[in-house]
Design a protein around this ligand. Structure first.
Ligand SMILES: C[S@@+](CC[C@H](N)C(=O)[O-])C[C@H]1O[C@@H](n2cnc3c(N)ncnc32)[C@H](O)[C@@H]1O
Length: 200
């Protein structure tokens, strides 16, 4: 790992340190920290990150849980390669990248999770319902919504699945930026984070 990365190996790695692909979304640093906090990872957690994108959650989770195992599910081949590159960049060795579309590809996963993070998928309610039986009892699910339709779908699915101890937060983050001669606050796209537990 380049020594320039060493000071940043705490949760909330600055965005610019990740390798990126044009047009591929990335959970911004402050939102990532919120997501990780709602996942409440344990040192040996098994996390499925569904719709892993740039791979920021697998990298952060892999660093936080050295004895844990992270399965990053990503449907796009080029993006899956990007996740591997970012894991290599941060010397994260406990991430397995699965190239496939959820929920169909979930059947090929061999280890059941105790944490699930869902950030991708056109039918998020279908993914949630298919993932739920795999989640170990006592496990946690975290799903994000960037629009009202997904917020409603996740909320309705949580109710149908009897997800317990549900929490919902919406981020509101502004970063100071220099624009011309002014220091201006620019909003980071807000997102809803819904989380809860499986208790049965
Ligand atoms: C919002 S991005 C995730 C960003 C990620 N949290 C990060 O910080 O890099 C969502 C990703 O989900 C992937 N995706 C969408 N639907 C999917 C599906 N059904 N199965 C697997 N991946 C999917 C997309 O290709 C995209 O890369």
């Amino acid at each position: 790992m380049p020594s320039t990365l060493w000071p940043y190996m705490t949760p909330g790695i600055p965005d610019h340190l990740f390798e990126r692909l044009p047009g591929i979304p990335m959970s911004k640093r402050e939102i990532r920290v919120l997501l990780l906090s709602h996942l409440r990872l344990m040192p040996d957690s098994v996390l499925w990150d569904i719709g892993a994108g740039t791979g920021t959650i697998p990298v952060e989770a892999g660093l936080s849980c050295p004895q844990g195992r992270i399965v990053a599910v990503e449907r796009d081949e080029e993006v899956a390669a990007l996740i591997r590159k970012n894991c290599d960049r941060f010397e994260v060795t406990n991430v397995e990248v699965i190239e496939g579309s959820a929920p169909e590809c979930l059947a090929e996963l061999t280890t059941r999770p105790d944490r699930v993070c869902i950030e991708g998928g056109r039918s998020i309610s279908t993914i949630l319902k298919e993932v739920w039986p795999y989640l170990n009892s006592g496990g946690r699910v975290v799903a994000t919504a960037a629009n009202l339709e997904n917020l409603y779908s996740i909320s309705e699915s949580f109710a149908q699945l009897h997800v317990r101890n549900v929490e919902v937060v919406q981020s509101s983050i502004n970063r100071l930026e220099t624009r011309g001669t002014h220091q201006t606050f620019a909003a980071v796209d807000p997102i809803f984070i819904l989380s809860g537990e499986k208790l049965d």
